[in-house]
Design a protein around this ligand. Structure first.
Ligand code: ACO
Length: 401
């Protein structure tokens, strides 16, 4: 009889690290984060420079191919992505199977997983060309699929992509345009949308990216792996935080109610947390939140929107950053704190926020997935566990229990 308690005492083969707070699950050349310095680099380039100077298509190329593209490479990449923006006509019928009030993330989990049933010619993970096509398909089709989820929820017809527009502009038109009218893309909103996509493009081994890698490590096809990532992203502790953050700010409503919520966040008997605050890695501001706050100002100014929720957010940040609890625990606004305010001002309902995050993160997911599959040392992900159940014992017949 094996004494299971002794098994763990005698073995040195296990590292117990719940939540993987200090265990690297892979090596990667994509993204570097120094949480103490509030630094985020993609292939060496700081996120604030990319957000200010580049485009989401450039950043996508950078993540996938390793270097920023020259003009000809960028043109070709954009042309290739544009060629894949359409989805199979029959995929449209899948949407009709959902209730109109279905959460867009429920729809996205389903339709992205279903892509593997439509694009059989890009599911062989051992063929680099098929992997490349699958990656391009996923990046190109996500805006179409997300816009369709929105259109379905409000009972409007789907709009086909217009490939003369930019990636962000095309998405805005498919979301807010109607067939009977011309939709003119506002350049300030288009730029803000593109910047939001850049800020969400990749973030090393967060929960959803790790999910994509783990799913992919078994050899599952890329569409199934990205669907797994979408499912993980949905949670309020991860991608769902932008929706939860705006709901919280709206619930607070006015600046005078902030202290009540700060007190609740500090009360260990209350499960309430300030949504959009805190990060597993950043312990000195999330650099994406800075760009997001700036973008929120630009978008609200451009749209002439005076949103009291923005005042609540700025005041909440100010109060929290001067509060000993938040200082001691190094809790700062994260990327989700301001993004909801921008998305809401543009016209997105809160339920679409996480779907937009999934859209933008798709390039990071596929780049990480490709990196993993291309690595000759790649193995199936198979963590161990520390067993805490009963030690070995003999079966007792039911009439003797
Ligand atoms: N409000 C109040 N207290 C908090 C918050 C918060 N938002 N976040 C962490 N804390 C406290 C915890 O209660 C804990 O206190 P304790 O030491 O007294 O027990 C301490 O800070 C450490 O928190 P952990 O949960 O252990 O930190 P972890 O790294 O596991 O969690 C997380 C990070 C999940 C992001 C957390 O800060 C959180 O729940 N934030 C709110 C949700 C959110 O905004 N998520 C988005 C993350 S970014 C992204 O996915 C894009």
């Amino acid at each position: 009889v094996v004494d299971i308690r002794k098994f763990y005492a005698q073995t040195d083969r296990f590292t117990y690290d719940p939540g993987f707070t200090s265990t690297a699950s892979c090596d990667s050349g994509l993204t570097f984060i120094d949480g103490d310095k509030g630094m985020l680099l993609h292939r060496g380039y700081p996120i604030d420079q990319l957000a200010e100077k580049s485009s989401f298509m450039e950043v996508s190329y950078l993540l996938l191919d390793g270097e920023l593209p020259n003009k000809a490479q960028l043109d070709e990449f954009e042309y290739t992505i544009n060629r894949h923006t359409m989805v199979h006509e029959q995929l449209k019928t899948l949407y009709n199977g959902f209730r109109r009030d279905a959460h867009p993330m429920a729809i996205m989990c389903g339709v992205v997983g279903a892509l593997s049933a439509f694009y059989h010619d890009s599911t062989d993970i051992n063929d680099p060309e098929q992997r490349r096509i699958a990656s391009h398909r996923l990046i190109a089709k996500m805006p179409t699929l997300a816009a369709m989820a929105y259109k379905y929820s409000i009972g409007q017809p789907f709009l086909y992509p217009d490939n003369n527009l930019s990636y962000a502009g095309n998405f805005l038109r498919m979301t807010f345009g109607v067939p009977a009218e011309d939709y003119v893309v506002d350049p300030v909103i288009e730029r803000a949308m593109d910047r939001i996509f850049i800020l969400h493009a990749d973030h090393e081994q967060n929960a959803s990216t790790s999910t994509v890698r783990l799913a992919g490590s078994s050899g599952a096809n890329p569409f199934a792996c990205i669907a797994a990532g979408i499912a993980c992203l949905w949670g309020p502790a991860h991608g769902g935080a932008n929706e939860a953050a705006l709901n919280m700010l709206r619930e607070i409503g006015t600046v005078d109610r902030i202290p009540e919520y700060i007190a609740r966040a500090k009360d260990k008997n209350d499960p309430f947390r300030l949504m959009g605050f805190g990060h597993r890695v950043y312990k000195n501001y999330d650099p994406r939140a800075k760009v997001m706050a700036q973008t929120a100002t630009e978008v609200l100014d451009k749209l002439g929107v005076s949103d009291p929720v923005f005042d609540v957010a700025r005041k909440l940040e100010e109060i929290a950053l001067n509060d000993p609890y938040f200082i001691e625990k190094k809790l700062y606004p994260n990327v989700d704190f301001y993004s909801g305010i921008i998305l809401s001002a543009i016209g997105f309902p809160t339920t679409m926020f996480t779907a937009l995050f999934a859209l933008a993160r798709t390039v990071g997911w596929v780049a990480q997935w490709n990196e993993m599959i291309s690595d000759p040392a790649q193995k199936i992900g198979r963590p161990r566990q520390l067993y805490t159940g009963p030690t070995q014992r003999d079966y007792v017949p039911v009439d003797k229990r």
